[in-house]
Design a protein around this ligand. Structure first.
Ligand code: AOF
Ligand code: ZN
Length: 373
């Protein structure tokens, strides 16, 4: 087992707990000696042990002289648990290989320095896959807001729905399964009131097409969030029914009446109030602040046009996951994915870095990190 193979196994452990560790990063660790895996682990749900501690406990006394592979630099601070560096030194680990440095400014290289000073051989593989997995935590800890992924499915002629607002379905089953897998990895799903009314979604994880080697640990599911400035939602919404309502927030603007807020609360949802923006919509940055303060690291916007427009106008979308279905529906009034004010000149267009394109069934999928000029 070489370094890269062992790190792949540590990354697999991390992937199993993606979406289950907020506000801590999902980390995986493997203890290896003479080509044998002696222990492995992932970050426990808050505030259980870190990945390294789980892996070292499984390896026990056999960890002495072994190599530890961790997807993230071990911590050297005590927030909720003692520093992993101390546990690694105490276990007699000879060599530590990491996937990427900890973006937490309190750690950021100090963990590796501490291990090195203790006579442990240290190296960093600077893996793209490891830093990709850390991106939500990095944004959360450095920008003090959740990482935002925007997802949409559009027709080949760039529409989100027909002129009469029918959107079932634009993308095919393979694409929709991928979306459920994405939902399984985020902390919260956000939609606007128009999408809530037109699509009446459940925003639950139902069809994950998870690669066979990733068996995610069970959890209640992501938080569901509807942004509705006036709080005006029909009683028939699935999100307002008993079971779904329990894990749902409705974020309203200051322009929402006390009577409407009470009506929503009676349905079982949590109502949160933030400032309204100049157009009278819920201020998107303020909504993100609320999520940050409750420890939600990764927010997924699933539409519609108005919410995605506000998010892009505020330069607050970090990643795009877009499906293009080979279908044409036409219609001058059919909505497009990103509304809002938008940009005046093409030369300023926001672009994507680390782009990837795949085919899911008949659909083309494009993803990448948003670069704002
Ligand atoms: C690790 N292994 O598995 C994770 C780490 O709140 P606490 O005590 O859990 O500390 C969280 C900090 O530890 C977090 O800010 C990040 O820097 C690091 N996360 N470190 O060695 C782990 N999840
Ligand atoms: Zn730690």
């Amino acid at each position: 087992m070489n370094d890269s193979e062992a790190m792949q196994q540590a990354l697999l452990c991390a992937a199993q707990v993606e979406g289950r560790t907020s506000p801590r990063p999902p980390v995986g660790a493997v203890v290896v000696q003479a080509d044998r895996v002696l222990g492995q682990g992932a970050t426990a749900p808050p505030y259980g042990p870190h990945a390294e501690v789980v892996a070292l406990a499984e390896a026990g006394a056999a960890a002495r002289g072994a190599t530890l592979y961790v997807s993230l630099e071990p911590c050297c601070i005590t927030i909720h648990t003692p520093p992993c560096t101390q546990a690694i030194i105490a276990a007699g680990i000879k060599r530590v290989v990491i996937g990427t440095l900890d973006p937490n400014p309190q750690v950021a290289g100090r963990g590796m320095a501490q291990l090195h000073e203790a006579g442990i051989e240290t190296s960093c593989l600077h893996m793209e896959q490891a830093s990709e997995l850390m991106r939500p935590f990095a944004t959360f800890i450095t920008k003090k807001r959740p990482y935002v992924t925007a997802k949409w499915a559009m027709t080949l002629d760039g529409k989100l729905a027909t002129g009469s607002k029918d959107a079932h379905w634009i993308s095919g089953p393979e694409s929709r399964a991928w979306v459920h897998d994405l939902r399984d990895r985020v902390d919260a799903i956000l939609i606007g009131s128009q999408t809530a009314i037109q699509d009446n979604p459940q925003l639950t994880v139902r069809l994950p097409a998870v690669p066979l080697e990733i068996v995610r640990t069970p959890r209640a599911g992501p938080l569901r969030v509807v942004l509705a400035a006036h709080g005006l939602l029909p009683e028939t919404l699935q999100l307002l029914q008993e079971e779904l309502a329990m894990g749902t927030w409705v974020i309203v603007g200051e322009n929402c009446s006390a009577k409407q807020r009470r009506w929503l609360e009676e349905r079982g949802v949590k109502v949160q109030m933030v400032a309204a923006d100049v157009q009278g919509h819920v201020d998107f940055a303020a909504a993100l602040q609320l999520l940050h303060d409750q420890g939600y690291m990764h927010a997924l916007i699933e539409g519609g046009s108005q919410l995605l427009g506000s998010a892009f106008d505020a330069r607050l979308v970090d990643r795009v996951a877009a499906f293009i279905a080979p279908k044409i529906i036409g219609g001058a009034t059919a909505p497009t994915p990103v509304g809002g004010t938008g940009l005046g000149v093409m030369s300023e267009a926001w672009q994507l870095s680390n782009r990837e394109a795949h085919q899911f069934g008949n659909d083309i999928f494009i993803t990448g990190n948003v670069l704002y000029a």
